[in-house]
Structures are given as structure tokens and as C-alpha cells.
Design a binder for this molecule. Structure first.
Ligand code: SD4
Length: 312
């Protein structure tokens, strides 16, 4: 049976983010407020992989992408924004205060500043600086597969960095169903570490990294954004739920779509989708092992779920 209210989010950092979202949901608040408040926790945490503490692009500059979507089909996003701590809140302002959906780069920053968001220092966190210096030695651009728990499905908390100092994932996507039965979603990221300057992933692209249809359900993604964009991933997941698929099966089908397009090169790629439907059922699926998501539907029920995956 489905749960309501319900919030789910990608990766282990999702537990803390869910807590903040749950505070909104348990009081009967709006899913939109829940998914904004939730991922702001992750944007704030310097020890994580999202927000200004995250890994920079090849030129050593942190650029952030975020999107948000509400129960009325309104959406807003920012891409490649710099020196702004809470891109998710800027995305929400784009949605609520402009006639546009997506602002990028300098224009996004200018809008944020005009809206009163502080311009933070241009500076790498200590961890990111170390990781960047390490990366510069070889300057290889090779997106690493997101691995959490090394593919083992344990529930023991693990550090969210790899041994070489790389972050193992850089995104949080969150989707929620509130007490009134309304759906919303958010997604925020530093993108792939050491990406080309100007590179934008799936997270700020509506229908790729995030999609919400209040009649049906909501979905978000993590992993190699290019592959998600190519199949309009989260839009696909929502459309599959519209046809009656359970969220988990819808995520699985979308993953299979990527695999069938990618052929033998799939071994290098990780993508995970998570989804909820209007009935409060949820699920996730990934290409490879190691993906997991956090589910919260009661004060004492906020837990990790290891995602099923295709490639063993
Ligand atoms: C991107 N999907 O920019 C994001 C990266 C990610 O865990 O999810 N990392 O392609």
C-alpha cells in the first residue's frame, strides 16, 4: 500500500535531507516547500558533494545546476551558476518570479543577486582543492561510476568519498507527496567533477533530471546526465507510470532504454532513477549496483533502500 505523506531522495545524504523535508510534510505543508527545504540541507553541507563545497570543473571553478517543479506543472531551473549557495531556491524564484523556466551562467547569478541571494566567495573547499590538484596531475576526463557501498547492500553508513578523494556522487534529487496528495520535486548538483567548462547535465533539464505530473507521479535521476538527457529520462518514467506501471517498474524500463541504446559501452555508465506515484508507492532502479535512495514516510521511518540494478 502507498504512503502519504512521503518523501524519497537519492543517495545516503538523502537521509538528512528527508528529515528537513519531513518537518514540512508532517505539519501538512506543501510538497514544494518540503523538496526545497530538504535539498537545501545538502547544498549547505560542506562535506558533501552538492553545492559550493563540491568538486569544480576542469578550470577549477564550481558551477551548480538545479531544478524544481510543483503540483501545477510549474517549473524553474538554473544551470552553471557560480558562487550561489542555494541554487534550488534560485530555481524556485525563476519559477515563481520570471516568465522563464531556465536561466544559465552569468544571467542566473545576476538574477540571484537581484533577488537578494548573497554572492559567496569564489573558493574551493579543502577537500575539493585536494581532489582537483590530484585530478590536474593527469587531467583525465573520465566520469566515474557512482559507487556507494561498493555495490554491497549493507546498511552501514559509508563515507561518501572514494579513497582517492573523489566524491562518488554529486547530486541530490528529491520527490515528495504531501498530505493533500500533491506532488513536487527538486534536484541540485555540482554536476560531474572536472567537467568541461560550461557543461550542463540532466539535473536542471526538466524531463531529464526531474519531472512531476500531479495526475500521475514524479521522478528524479542521478548518474551520468548525458545518458539521462538522451532518453528524456524522468519524463519517460512518469509516462510509464501513467500507463499503469509501478514506480519501480517504470524506473527499470527507463534504465533498460539507456542500456539498449548504449550497447557494449554500458559498463562505463551508471544511472539511477527514483519515482513515486500519486498513490504513494515508490521505487528506484539503476544500471549498476551501488545506487541507493532514502525513503521517509513517518517520524521514525527514514531509511535507506538499496536500489535494484540490471548489470550484475
Ligand atoms: C550530472 N546527474 O550532472 C548529474 C551527476 C550526478 O551523482 O548525478 N552525480 O550529470
Amino acid at each position: 500500500a502507498g504512503k502519504k505523506p512521503l518523501v524519497i531522495s537519492t543517495w545516503r545524504e538523502g537521509i538528512n535531507a528527508n528529515k528537513a523535508a519531513w518537518e514540512v510534510l508532517r505539519q501538512g505543508g506543501r510538497a514544494l516547500d518540503a523538496v526545497e527545504k530538504g535539498v537545501m540541507v545538502t547544498e549547505d553541507s560542506l562535506n558533501c558533494c552538492v553545492g559550493l563545497g563540491a568538486n569544480p570543473d576542469r578550470e577549477g571553478i564550481v558551477t551548480l545546476d538545479a531544478s524544481i517543479m510543483d503540483e501545477n506543472g510549474n517549473c524553474g531551473a538554473v544551470a552553471a551558476i557560480e558562487r550561489i549557495k542555494h541554487p534550488i531556491s534560485v530555481a524556485r524564484r525563476v519559477m515563481e518570479k520570471t516568465p522563464h523556466v531556465l536561466l544559465v551562467g552569468q544571467g542566473a547569478q545576476q538574477f540571484a543577486v537581484a533577488e537578494g541571494f548573497p554572492l559567496e566567495e569564489q573558493k574551493l573547499s579543502d577537500d575539493a582543492k585536494k581532489a582537483y590538484e590530484q585530478w590536474l596531475k593527469k587531467s583525465e576526463y573520465k566520469p566515474i561510476i557512482n559507487i556507494e557501498n561498493q555495490g554491497k547492500h549493507s546498511f552501514v553508513p559509508v563515507p561518501n568519498r572514494l579513497e582517492n578523494g573523489d566524491f562518488n556522487h554529486d547530486t541530490i534529487g528529491m520527490i515528495a507527496l504531501d498530505a493533500n496528495g500533491n506532488l513536487s520535486g527538486s534536484c541540485t548538483t555540482s554536476g560531474m567533477g572536472f567537467k568541461m567548462r560550461g557543461r550542463v547535465g540532466d539535473s536542471p533539464i526538466i524531463g531529464a533530471g526531474l519531472y512531476v505530473d500531479n495526475e500521475v507521479g514524479a521522478a528524479t535521476s542521478s548518474g551520468l546526465g548525458e545518458e539521462v538527457i538522451k532518453i528524456c529520462g524522468t519524463h519517460l518514467v512518469v509516462e510509464l507510470m501513467r500507463q499503469g506501471l509501478h514506480p519501480e517498474d517504470a524506473c527499470k524500463k527507463a534504465v533498460e532504454r539507456i542500456i539498449s541504446k548504449k550497447g557494449s559501452k554500458i559498463k562505463e555508465v551508471q544511472v539511477g532513477f527514483i519515482a513515486i506515484n500519486k498513490q504513494g508507492e515508490y521505487g528506484g532502479y539503476a544500471i549498476q549496483g551501488g545506487f541507493e535512495f532514502a525513503v521517509c514516510h513517518a517520524d521514525d521511518k527514514n531509511f535507506m533502500v538499496p536500489s535494484k540494478f540490471i548489470i550484475k
